[in-house]
Write a protein that binds this ligand. Sequence first.
Ligand SMILES: NC(=O)c1ccc[n+]([C@@H]2O[C@H](COP(=O)([O-])OP(=O)(O)OC[C@H]3O[C@@H](n4cnc5c(N)ncnc54)[C@H](O)[C@@H]3O)[C@@H](O)[C@H]2O)c1
Length: 362
Amino acid sequence: MSKVVRVGIVGGGIFGQWHLKAFTQLQNEGKAELVAIADLVEEKRNKAAKEYGIVPYEDYKEMIEKENLDAITVVTPDAFHADIAITGLEMGCHVLSEKPMATTVEECRKILDISSKNPDKILMVDFHKRLDMYHVELERVIREGELGKIQYGYAYMEDRIEVSRDWFKSWPAGSSPFWFIGVHFVDLIYWVIKSKGDKVFATGRREKLKSLGLDFWDNISAQIVFKNGATFTVDAGWTLPDGFEAIVNQGIRIIGTEGIFEIDSQDRGAGACFKGKTQQSYNLGVYSEKHTPDGRIMYGGYGIESIMEFAYHVNYVLNGGNINDLKGLYADAEDGLEVSKICVGVHKSAEEGGTIIDLDTL
Ligand SMILES: NC(=O)c1ccc[n+]([C@@H]2O[C@H](COP(=O)([O-])OP(=O)(O)OC[C@H]3O[C@@H](n4cnc5c(N)ncnc54)[C@H](O)[C@@H]3O)[C@@H](O)[C@H]2O)c1
């Protein structure tokens, strides 16, 4: 019988639930064993343990040691990924880190270094936009040269204000609209055009959230010049009004010498309006639940599939597959570093009021 990954989740907050669901789905299919959860908050770890029939831990190191895990997933706030990812690799685990891999270039380099010293272990960053079918097609079209030489493009991702106003009160430090959502499109662009960042220029505003007593950027608008000469504008924001049609607003367009590709990631063709609510739009592409007549829930969507991909890759290695066969199939530590480097440059430029940052100096 083939081996399946024994996994523990580190961080049982909002997005930890997606990891718990993805591994529940895999467990139901006989493709993973969801074993344990670590969270610093007793109530959260006990709730998840009860709901999913797993073992709760306060200390993730103790969880790795006691449960003989093959893998962990890191779903802690953005600024607290690095130490856990590094320790996980050092303790012999495959690691899935939520995006961004880390919020400093130094931490990313450390992760890359430890990852290089453990070449038989997967370090994957959960950039799930790579799994959206429209983006899969975008990558293919560009790779096969149908757009010609990529010249420029534009991407935007904006959250309804409840994300910054209500969700992040518990985050002590280290996030912004660009780290939290802009990073998704930075990775997507990096992945589809296959080029590293060269220079960035960014500006942003701190007005709305400051007026609510929150020390976050409202919005950041960045221009990123890549080594291949393509220039992209990426806007990321955290202040869409409460009545906006969905938790997020997003899209991308790319122009090359031979063509154009535009994806309205927002309008997926479904809209609704209920009593007491404003107009709602849906993205069942990222997350879906299918309730079966026999009482099971089948979880799907690219946000879930991306976590599942990690399990498939680990299972491949656990069953004797060569990890090198997987090169390029997932965002690894080098990709995590390149993407974070662009985001660090963007924040540095915005903090300095719009200086041009040469990313090779970071
Ligand atoms: N892929 C996506 O689209 C997506 C979406 C949302 C969030 N995320 C990412 O997921 C991560 C978590 O976000 P969230 O919204 O769930 O945050 P959250 O604050 O709801 O949850 C984080 C949890 O981590 C726990 N924690 C912190 N340090 C810990 C430690 N050392 N050991 C164990 N537990 C610890 C906290 O107690 C908390 O329960 C972030 O990096 C975020 O960017 C990704």
